[in-house]
Design a protein around this ligand. Structure first.
Ligand SMILES: [Zn+2]
Ligand SMILES: [Zn+2]
Length: 239
């Protein structure tokens, strides 16, 4: 029955495909159904282009926040798709807890879109935020590497999967406050100096929470000689 409907739709020139987010038949402009296109719309205004801090009005022109004016983070720009909430949060959690198989294609497309919208300078390569090998063995995959691979392919640059390593096992950041997170993650990474020297790097992670991990990674890359760092995440939490 469905096959016949699809054939009929094809003949009628209607591209009836399944929405990659919810599985409903989609007839819209893009691949997503109308409802998901709305739920998963990118954030186009009301944020800081340096740290991604979200401001109340999503139609406001992006503006550098006071924190970034006083003490800029160790990167130039942050690209993100949208706020970590609702449909996007569900997709990311599903992706993480299904070994990267849930919605990986869709999330990669959102990440590539974020890179195209937010980044102003070309990058030489992509570095994912690494997991410690103990956590990697337990989880089986690194979600940042999966995203990083797709973004690198989309940008036509190499994925440097081994350029940054987590050398110290740290406790999960979720139960720590901002200060504790920074102390917990300090000196937890090491970067390949020969590979990073003079390079403009795009650092990729799935979610930006307090930015403590990304800050430490970016600092490590710069200490190893990277000429510049941009950051790309799928989602930014509201602080
Ligand atoms: Zn849908
Ligand atoms: Zn900011």
């Amino acid at each position: 029955m469905l096959d016949r409907l699809r054939t009929l739709a094809r003949r009628a020139g209607l591209a009836a495909t399944r929405c990659p987010a919810c599985g409903a038949l989609a007839h819209g402009e893009g691949p997503l159904c109308e409802r998901c296109a709305e739920r998963l719309a990118p954030r186009t205004g009301g944020y800081c282009p340096v740290c991604g801090e979200i401001f109340g009005d999503d139609s406001a022109v992006p503006a550098v926040c006071p924190d970034c004016l006083h003490e800029p983070p160790p990167w130039d720009r942050l690209a993100f798709h949208a706020v970590y909430a609702g449909g996007l949060r569900d997709l990311i959690l599903h992706f993480k807890f299904n070994g990267g198989y849930g919605h990986s294609r869709l999330l990669s497309d959102l990440a590539k879109g974020a890179a195209a919208r937010h980044l102003t300078e070309p990058v030489d390569g992509v570095v994912p935020v690494p997991l410690h090998r103990r956590r990697l063995a337990w989880r089986g995959f690194n979600q940042s590497s999966e995203l990083g691979r797709a973004v690198a392919r989309g940008l036509g640059v190499p994925l440097w999967n081994r350029a940054l390593e987590r050398t110290r096992y740290t406790q999960p950041q979720t139960r720590l406050d901002h200060k504790e997170r920074q102390a917990n993650i300090k000196n937890a990474f090491a970067a390949d100096t020969a590979a990073m020297r003079g390079k403009r790097v795009l650092l990729v992670d799935d979610v930006y929470t307090t930015g403590a991990t990304l800050r430490e990674c970016a600092r490590t890359l710069k200490r190893a000689g990277a000429a510049g760092v941009d950051v790309l995440v799928l989602a930014r939490t509201m602080s």
